[in-house]
Design a protein around this ligand. Structure first.
Ligand SMILES: Nc1ncnc2c1ncn2[C@@H]1O[C@H](COP(=O)(O)OP(=O)(O)O)[C@@H](O)[C@H]1O
Ligand SMILES: [Mg+2]
Length: 374
């Protein structure tokens, strides 16, 4: 069992951090990107998380859809490495996909300018997840980068994310879509009978767009969109296959919370079942105090006196309690770390990152995290 991720940073082209919400995926992704850049690689850190904190911790004012290179002076680059950050543009990626697979320029423009497309393309369930995979696939061969580190979305489950290409294929092939498309092919128009009363109410409430106008837009959109489906399906299966490639590493992030460890085990299992490479487990925010002896009453009294607090005996009691609690937490965390090593022994690298006193909000703090990882 290796206790460093250093080799991944040089050997892989793509690293994806997965895990449940709040465990530190974004932090670990950014720290890995920083570590790799310091090793001389040209790294792109791609995120879906608009977290302002991530931008600041990377030394940026805010995350943008365009690639922003981080000033090497800020992270003391000695070699040839570069560090670039970019936030996924779900709409833009979808547009690029439409552009790629539209049969001709007219169809492309009709879809891109269709108000329904404009409304739904950024917000459809599963779209951000799929578009992240799509973007990853497109960036994998980008000559500007040696390594792309992808941070997965803040809220949705990592599973949605990993299954996004399959879901895309399923959606295109789904009976509902096929039936809809079939109905169009026969009549060339969407039958009004297909719409329930409730739906008509919704439509009439849509402000400037009248029901009829809206329907013809739906009809046009769906019939245009179906010309893309063949391309979408093929592309999605390529994206899925690419995720199984040996140049892609999945890093599962967890905290020592029993529930989070349970989820991490589930992700590892899922990755392995689907032939995706679970290369590392990062146990983040581990509380470590078990090795420190509890201070004696005398020592405590001395410390309080040094701080001019000797007149407050209740402080000594509170301090002792806090110390005991900390040791208890640290012992519990150690048990979870041991459990995760045991239960996920098939994962070749296990790394531990302690919990820091403060949130990770600048490059210096990120460098501390990076030092634990490599
Ligand atoms: N090892 C750590 N010590 C202290 N704070 C941490 C650590 N790792 C992450 N954090 C903080 O925890 C919060 C959640 O981390 P984040 O990376 O955004 O999680 P996720 O992307 O999994 O939702 C952030 O405020 C981050 O600064
Ligand atoms: Mg995040």
């Amino acid at each position: 069992m290796l206790t460093t991720l250093g080799d991944l940073l040089t050997a892989k082209r793509v690293i994806v951090t997965v895990g449940c919400g709040g465990v530190g995926k974004t932090t670990i992704a950014a720290a890995l990107a920083l570590a790799a850049a310091r090793q001389g690689r040209r790294v792109l850190c791609l995120t879906i998380d608009p977290a302002r904190r991530l931008a600041t911790s990377l030394g940026l004012r805010e995350m943008a859809h365009e690639a922003q290179e981080i000033d090497p002076a800020l992270w003391r680059s000695e070699g040839e490495g570069t560090l670039t950050a970019m936030m996924l543009d779900v709409r833009g990626t979808f547009d690029a996909l439409v552009t790629r697979y539209a049969a001709n320029a007219q169809t492309r423009d009709r879809i891109l300018n269709n108000p329904i497309y404009r409304e739904v393309s950024g917000s459809l369930a599963g779209t951000p997840e799929y578009m992240a995979m799509e973007k990853l696939y497109a960036l994998r061969d980008d000559p500007r980068y040696d390594l792309v580190v992808l941070d997965t979305p803040p809220t949705s489950s990592a599973l949605d994310f990993l299954e996004a290409p399959d879901k895309m294929i399923e959606a295109v092939d789904s009976p509902a879509i096929q039936a809809f498309v079939g109905a169009f092919e026969r009549t060339g128009k969407l039958s009004l009978n297909l719409l329930s009363k409730a739906m008509s109410k919704v439509l009439s409430g849509l402000g400037t767009i009248t029901g009829a106008e809206f329907l013809s837009q739906v009809a046009e959109f769906l019939s245009d969109l179906q010309t893309l489906f063949g391309g979408f399906r093929e592309r999605a299966s390529k994206v899925r296959d690419a995720l199984m490639g040996s140049e892609v590493a999945f890093v599962v992030v967890s905290s020592p919370d029993p529930m989070a460890v349970g989820e991490a085990m589930f992700f590892v299992d899922h990755l392995q079942k689907h032939h995706m490479n679970a290369e590392a487990l990062v146990m983040n925010r581990v509380r470590q105090a078990e090795d420190l002896p509890t201070p004696s009453a005398d020592r405590l009294a001395g410390l309080l006196a040094d701080a001019n607090l000797s007149g407050a005996p209740e402080l000594a009691a509170a301090f002792s309690r806090a110390w005991r609690d900390m040791s208890t937490w640290a012992r519990r965390d150690a048990l979870e770390v041991a459990r995760s090593r045991r239960e996920m022994a098939s994962v070749p690298r296990h790394v531990l990152v302690p919990t820091f006193d403060e949130d990770v909000y600048d490059l210096a703090a990120l460098a501390h995290v990076a030092a634990c990882l490599v």
